[in-house]
Design a protein around this ligand. Structure first.
Ligand SMILES: [Zn+2]
Length: 273
């Protein structure tokens, strides 16, 4: 629609011309409205002539979305991580993300990772060309999402250290597998459900540690990883107490408590027992 048409329809004045240019520039350069002009499901509700809009109307629309976009996300992860994720693995990844913790915020973090919603320097540069697209840590490669979670050489050192800690905890070999370390699949080398559960928690904490350093040039450390785990243990313990399953807590956390030793374990659980 031209400025002249808008002026006639909405009685705009000449002083609105600059705003018109700004909005047009934004729509053509920063949105997909031109490529996808159809009305979205949420817009359809908003334009309905009904007097009362309830949250449940929006909720129904949101849960009614198909999983097509999620399949698209799988393709992007496969391409960027150079892996193949079959349907069964993909379903397991989502199922584990929803069970990672009783804490909604924790689950939301993992779901945001899977949906690729974190803003990388590369994406930020797309929004604002004055900002560098380079990785904040190595400052040499383009900071794509996968680079910032996984392939940056500085982060690869961090992941090697995490693997080494995990091997000490579980006493088995652990692979440098991004579908497991980034997307949250369990490791094939772990056999018991309790070990797999602990592995999922510990690798999630490693990802969270990266996110805590997302906009910093500092690389996450093993110390930071342990600190987050120590903060998480009371929540895990109390959750099991509420569900009358303290035995389950010890079954899951036993390898980690053994790894940090009896003194630190008792100190950590002192206030909880
Ligand atoms: Zn880098």
């Amino acid at each position: 629609m031209s400025f002249e048409q808008l002026t006639n329809s909405y009685k705009l004045g000449k002083q609105d011309f600059f705003c018109f240019l700004q909005i047009r520039h934004n729509i053509t350069h920063s949105t997909t409205l031109i490529d996808h002009p159809e009305i979205s499901a949420v817009e359809k509700i908003l334009f309905q002539q009904q007097l009362k809009l309830s949250l449940s109307s929006f909720y129904r629309v949101l849960i009614g979305f198909s999983t097509t976009d999620v399949q698209g996300v799988r393709g992007v992860w496969e391409k960027e991580l150079s892996v193949t994720i079959d349907e069964e693995k993909w379903d397991t990844i989502w199922s584990l993300a929803k069970k990672i913790s009783i804490c909604t915020r924790t689950r939301a973090i993992q779901l945001k990772i899977l949906h690729r919603l974190h803003i990388s320097p590369h994406r930020r540069h797309f929004f604002n060309h004055l900002l560098s697209p380079l990785c904040l840590k190595c400052k040499t490669d383009v900071g794509t999402l996968t680079h910032c979670f996984w392939s940056c050489h500085k982060l690869q050192r961090y992941w090697v250290e995490i693997i080494s800690e995990l091997e000490r905890i579980f006493h088995v070999n652990i692979e440098m597998d991004p579908t497991s370390l980034i997307l949250g699949l369990s490791s094939d080398y772990l056999k018991t459900a309790a070990n797999k559960r602990l592995y999922n928690i510990l690798t999630f904490v490693a990802r969270k540690n990266i996110l805590l350093h997302w906009v910093r040039d500092k690389v996450p450390s093993i110390c930071g990883w342990r600190k987050i785990i120590f903060e998480l243990i009371p929540l895990e313990y109390l959750t099991n107490v509420i569900h009358h399953s303290v035995d389950q807590f010890y079954r899951v956390w036993c390898p980690f408590l053994d790894y940090i030793g009896p003194d630190l374990s008792s100190l950590l659980l002192k206030g909880l027992l």
